[in-house]
Design a protein around this ligand. Structure first.
Ligand code: SAM
Ligand code: SF4
Ligand code: SF4
Length: 365
């Protein structure tokens, strides 16, 4: 349900000279296609302890790879300040991601700072996080105590050999399941479980994963493999279309679509007809959803991107560190969103060469 953010300008007064300034500082933002800004994804680190072949293949992200030095990362105060400005522009949800967000030292402190923005916003403001789950056993209770609202855990296979081949860093399925268990015990429920499906790599795991999570409170989501970044050498033939995944699941259980929880929800929701829970499908390749895309992304070093497949972002960190006022930063956010034209996934089949895309670990998945 769309909710209007009331601008801080008093509409009963005649327009005055300060109105433009105030408008820059607050109020909902719409892009050139009428899409409102609703979600902010923040990449808190470009590093990861996994080397998933579809995201950070070891051949590229090896010991010579230049990750961002610590001084280039936005610090927690900078992140929180920018997040507050996004909230004043109508952002309703914040997701922490990366790279692996649990590698960022004291991440729970940032969660607490962002969760406290709820008070400034005067409304519910869920702070959520996506993780590979490997460090969740250690961190789940602290994240919950800090005010994290929801958690998404990625898991691409239950088969140990397949999972290890995919993460390419010797992590076991058991490590992730232990994280899921700890998160459940800490009070996160339901938990969304992300599985990227790649033909010939882990598509054999579709049915085992569906069986494993059926009847649990967790919601398994099958994600079509995407051509994010430049490192994974994506090919269309590696994508398993959602309609194929659905028909394979229908062969083992009765499922039916259900309504979206809210407008702009990324996953298409389906439920088991025997009340054994829900599953989801993220159809970014075969049924793009750019028309409903309400997400802005803040990279690890403070650049604002308006599409996962972008090649350039607006450098908010430079502004922050040169002493820009809230008003100036707020105007910059407004300017970027109002100029937004992105529809990469809808235009993918145009097969026009696109400029070098940024990596997902840097921009945030
Ligand atoms: N490291 C964390 C994790 O894996 O959950 C958070 C960052 S990761 C980039 C966020 C999500 O993006 C994960 O669920 C991951 O599987 C997904 N992802 C990464 N590369 C992808 C790709 N090429 N296509 C589709 N999903 C991808
Ligand atoms: Fe790391 Fe997540 Fe990318 Fe895998 S998908 S390499 S866990 S950032
Ligand atoms: Fe949004 Fe870009 Fe993905 Fe389209 S391709 S849904 S605009 S992030």
């Amino acid at each position: 349900m769309n909710r209007r953010v009331v601008p801080i300008i008093d509409q009963r007064l005649p327009p005055g000279p300060g109105d433009e300034l105030l408008r820059a500082a607050s109020g909902e933002l719409f892009d050139t296609r009428g899409r409102v800004l609703r979600d902010l994804r923040i990449s808190v680190t470009d590093r990861c302890n996994f080397r998933c072949q579809y995201c950070m293949p070891r051949a590229v992200f090896d010991s010579n790879y230049k990750f961002l030095p610590h001084a280039e990362l936005l610090n927690f105060d900078e992140i929180t300040r920018l997040a507050r400005l996004f909230v004043e522009h109508g952002t309703e949800k914040i997701r922490l991601t990366g790279g692996e967000p649990l590698l960022r030292k004291n991440i729970e402190v940032l969660v607490g700072d962002l969760a406290a923005l709820k008070t400034t916003a005067g409304r519910n403001l869920p702070v959520t996080l996506t993780t590979n789950g490997s460090l969740l056993k250690k961190k789940a209770a602290a994240l919950k105590a800090a005010g994290l609202a929801r958690i998404t855990v990625s898991l691409d296979a239950l088969d140990e050999a397949i999972f290890k081949r995919m993460n390419d860093a010797d992590y076991s399925v058991a490590d992730v399941l232990a994280g899921l268990k700890a998160a459940t015990e800490a009070g996160f429920s339901p938990i969304k479980v992300n599985m990227v499906v790649q033909r010939g790599v882990n598509d054999s795991q579709i049915e085992p994963m569906a069986r494993f999570f059926r009847g649990t409170p967790h919601v398994l989501r099958f994600i079509e493999y995407m051509d994010v970044g430049e490192s994974n050498h994506w090919q269309l033939g590696q994508v398993v279309p959602t309609r194929e995944v659905i028909s394979r699941i229908q062969a083992i259980a009765q499922i039916a679509p259900c309504h979206a929880n809210y407008s702009g929800e990324v996953a298409k929701r389906w439920r088991y007809l025997d009340s054994k829970g829900e599953i989801g499908f993220i159809t970014s390749v075969t049924q793009p959803f750019c028309g409903d895309c309400t997400r802005a992304r803040l990279s690890t070093d403070g650049k604002l991107y308006t599409c996962l497949f972008a090649s350039q972002g607006r450098d908010l960190r430079a502004q922050l560190r040169s002493g820009a006022s809230d008003l100036a930063l707020s105007s910059a956010i407004r300017g970027v969103w109002e100029a937004r034209t992105d529809r990469y996934s809808e235009a993918r089949s145009d097969a026009r060469p696109s400029p070098q895309k940024v990596e997902m670990s840097y921009i945030g998945g």
